[in-house]
Design a protein around this ligand. Structure first.
Ligand code: 5GP
Length: 112
């Protein structure tokens, strides 16, 4: 599996503002924030995109959501938006599964 910039963040080969870490995942601030608070939650397992996840990843996927909510609270967010881009046509640019967590401003629905 090809290495992405997020693998390098996990391995501390490049710096990132890491705000949470456990055995399964990492959360760090997005380098190009789209909201006053914008961080990413990524599994340490290099799953390229959500649609590559398998039955055996069920617990890991649930864990990512729980961590997203927990860290959002720690960052002072009550209302926030989660976003997962799956594939280039959905604006995914880094092919290591990640959950965007955005907050600190209003969000409209439906998204653009
Ligand atoms: P995607 O478009 O794949 O859903 O989102 C990738 C996100 O990763 C983008 O919001 C982008 O700003 C962020 N990103 C890309 N490279 C880096 C990096 O080296 N460090 C950090 N912290 N974020 C990155």
């Amino acid at each position: 599996m090809s290495e992405t910039i997020f693998s390098k963040i996990i391995d501390r080969e490049i710096p990132a503002d890491i705000i949470y870490e456990d055995d399964l995942c990492l959360a760090f601030k997005d380098v190009n924030p789209q909201a006053p608070t914008h961080f990413l939650v990524i599994p340490k397992k290099p799953i390229p995109k959500l649609s590559d996840a398998e039955q055996g990843d069920k617990e890991l996927l649930g864990h990512l959501l729980l961590v997203a909510g927990q860290v959002a609270g720690e960052q002072g967010l009550e209302d926030f938006r989660l976003n997962v881009n799956n594939g280039a046509g959905a604006s995914q640019t880094v092919f290591h599964l990640h959950v965007h967590v955005l907050g600190g401003r209003p969000f409209s629905w439906p998204p653009g």
